[in-house]
Design a protein around this ligand. Structure first.
Ligand SMILES: *Cc1c(COP(=O)(O)O)cnc(C)c1O
Length: 362
């Protein structure tokens, strides 16, 4: 098998930088702090963070302590970014956070107490962010609990933040409710920069920007409102080769469970990517891929290693590459076909695909 004849993921770092620039131009006056959790939405947190540092990013968000350690290692000593861990300080994690110079996003009074005790033991103030829950009811202290953390000795609050539940639905009344709650609660900490907006929040208007915005998916080419958005270019290009083209006689079926039956003789291109590569099985019979200069539907079920694609009357042949995700097959379209969101499409692209990067590494 030649090198080309396998699935590959190409990450376009220049497209990432362009998306970052678009966010900066929208959130004028606010700092854009990239969210690089889940290995940079599956695209490589180290490569993504280094390029975004070159674009001016100095504050990054991850979900897990281990992700923060990986980003710290990838940035190296020459790039002293602030790396905030959204999980906060899970029990026992403070020494690890401290060793990698990671900043916990404190999510509960218990975490705040532990952080203060740790700072006391260390004899120096501990930098931390505070997450105030304003309605998502996931992580964060309740607004009425925040009062007690005012002027907490031992802690230097570098950020107060909250997270929107319904930002992707611009007209949802919860957005304004959370905005008001956040404004009120954050006023208890007048010295700390404030952050409310994820990608969607950036596009809800200036009132949602505060001092810091935290976009994730738009950096990686997903639309802010869970639909394709031409303002954000594809960063991931996920391709796989055609292994074989066959003609399926009228009346015969294709694939597991025989869910597609050819009404007339049908040319099917068998592409070497399946659900083990991140082509979600729920896209069976609905996903379209870019092949031979056109968008073409998948025929029947997505199997573990293969999908069949309607080749029509094209001259598609073995060795041609099908673009499953990319500039011609958006993550949002793939997500809609599979009944999910772009985030899940990106993070599911498996390690079986050979990865490479294009554009300036930063
Ligand atoms: C994941 C996440 C983000 C980024 O959200 P996007 O919708 O991808 O922009 C921002 N803030 C928090 C707390 C998150 O968990």
């Amino acid at each position: 098998m030649t090198d080309a004849a396998e699935a590959r993921l190409t990450v376009d770092l220049d497209a990432l930088a362009a998306n970052h620039a678009r966010l900066r131009a929208t959130a004028v006056g606010a700092e854009v702090a990239p969210v690089v959790k889940a290995d940079g939405y599956g695209l490589g947190a180290g490569e993504v963070s280094r390029r975004l540092w070159a674009e001016g990013a100095r504050r990054f968000f991850v979900a897990r302590v281990g992700e923060g350690e990986a980003v710290r290692a990838a940035l190296g000593p020459g790039r002293a970014a602030q790396i905030l861990v959204l999980d906060g300080a899970p029990p026992g994690a403070l020494p690890r956070l401290d060793a990698a110079e990671l900043t916990p996003v404190l999510n509960s009074l218990e975490q705040a107490r532990a952080a203060r005790a740790f700072a006391g033991g260390r004899g120096a103030r501990l930098q931390a962010a505070l997450h105030i829950d304003t309605g998502l009811n996931r992580l964060g202290v309740r607004p009425e609990e925040a009062e007690g953390l005012r002027g907490a000795p031992g802690l230097e609050l570098v950020l107060v933040m909250s997270h929107l539940a319904c930002g992707q639905d611009a007209g949802h009344p919860m957005n304004l409710t959370q905005l008001e709650r956040f404004r009120e609660a954050a006023a208890l900490f007048p010295d700390a920069p404030r952050s409310l907006a994820n990608s969607a929040g950036v596009f809800l208007g200036e009132a949602y920007h505060f001092e810091v915005v935290r976009p994730g998916v738009t950096l990686y080419g997903g639309g802010p409102f869970e639909a394709e958005d031409p303002r954000f270019g594809a960063v991931a290009r996920f391709e796989a080769p055609v292994l074989q083209v066959r003609t399926v006689p009228a009346g015969e079926s294709v694939g597991y469970d025989a869910t597609f039956t050819a009404a007339r003789p049908t040319r099917a291109a068998i592409v070497a990517a399946g659900h083990a590569d991140g082509v979600l099985r729920s896209g069976s019979g609905r996903l379209k891929v870019w092949l031979g200069g056109a968008k073409r539907p998948v025929l029947g079920s997505v199997s573990m290693d293969l999908v069949a694609v309607d080749a029509g009357d094209s001259d598609i042949k073995a060795g041609d590459m099908a673009e499953i995700i990319g500039p011609n097959a958006s993550v949002d379209a793939a997500a809609a076909a599979a009944g999910t969101i772009s985030y899940e499409i990106l993070v599911r692209i498996s390690r079986r695909a050979r990865r490479s990067y294009m554009g300036s590494p930063g």
